[in-house]
Design a protein. Structure first.
Length: 317
């Protein structure tokens, strides 16, 4: 048997179609080789583990003026802070424009849509909704808290630290302008309510959740993207309670690493030298379930109330 011709390096680990083989000496019969995996009709790859649903979405839309990648697929492409269930969702979202019928294919969520100028951008022959339009489209696909977390990621920027000056994907005024252009559309009220709680400076979904839970229980007045200088180094809390000066830090799994533990201890000592109290929070503090399986007040709330009270008494003292 004649060995199969090698796939060119630039075509490996990606979605392949007949169009992909143009300008090569390969034909569609190459897809029958044993090193090929069929992803769906007309789509193949040499490495299925390296291919995501967003790769499939962009390949389906490539070069088509009347097809736009939108919704979850656009969010995946932009790297938005999607909930885990959608982060690697295999179903792709494609919108047909110009009055064309919606796409009907296996594992494709097709829709008919129209977009205003500036709501779609083209990247390498693929039309994708902008972060602002994607935020609006997701309003009816995710929960209110999840949408706020997505918005926090879109507008995230910093004045201090190693990420200072890095531009955000968009801004709150830019998202507000888009929503104003769709003031009577379905989902715009949901998007507006979420946008009213979006803040600049949140670095993760869990930081956003921590802030929103606190606010839902009436603990308000939080500052993000703040820093104090101690011994020539900056201390940057995830949240600072404005009235009490309490610093709150969310500790992810990486904080259990020995090198990170040392940095956390040094940070705590600098925080205390600056005259602030620090409260460290982790995932289990955000959702608490009692032994009967019922949801109760998250442990975060009494921890915050006690820490804020102690910080206030310390200031008075």
């Amino acid at each position: 048997m004649t060995p199969s011709k090698s796939i060119p390096p630039h075509l490996r680990r990606r979605v392949l179609t007949e169009r992909s083989l143009e300008n090569t000496d390969l034909t569609r019969f190459r897809f029958r080789a044993s090193d090929m995996t069929r992803l769906r009709p007309g789509m193949y790859t040499t490495d299925p583990d390296a291919v995501s649903s967003v790769d499939i979405a962009t390949e389906l839309a490539r070069g088509l003026d009347d097809v736009v990648v939108y919704g979850v697929s656009a969010a995946q492409w932009h790297g938005l802070r999607l909930p885990t269930r959608l982060l690697h969702a295999p179903r792709v979202h494609l919108a047909s424009t110009g009055g064309k019928d919606r796409i009907r294919r296996v594992m494709v969520k097709g829709a008919k849509a129209s977009f205003l100028p500036g709501e779609v951008a083209e990247y390498d022959g693929v039309r994708i909704t902008t972060p602002e339009r994607t935020f609006f489209d997701l309003a009816r696909m995710v929960s209110p808290m999840e949408l706020v977390a997505i918005g926090d990621g879109i507008v995230c920027s910093h004045r201090f630290g190693i990420y200072a000056g890095r531009p955000p994907m968009s801004t709150i005024p830019q998202i507000e302008a888009l929503l104003s252009a769709h003031r009577r559309a379905r989902g715009v009220a949901l998007a507006r309510r979420a946008l009213s709680r979006v803040r600049v400076g949140s670095d993760s979904v869990m930081e956003t959740r921590m802030r929103l839970i606190a606010e839902d229980y009436g603990i308000v007045g939080w500052d993000l993207d703040v820093a104090v200088e101690v011994d020539g180094r900056l201390v940057q809390p995830d949240l600072r309670h404005r009235r009490s000066g309490l610093f709150v830090q969310y500790e992810g799994a990486h904080h259990n690493e020995s090198s990170q533990v040392e940095r956390d201890i040094e940070r705590l000592r600098r925080t205390e030298r600056a005259g602030h109290r620090e409260l460290r929070i982790y995932a289990k503090d955000l959702v608490t379930v009692d032994r009967f399986g019922r949801n109760t007040t998250p442990r975060l709330i009494p921890l915050l109330r006690q820490a804020i009270d102690q910080a206030l008494r310390g200031r008075v003292g």
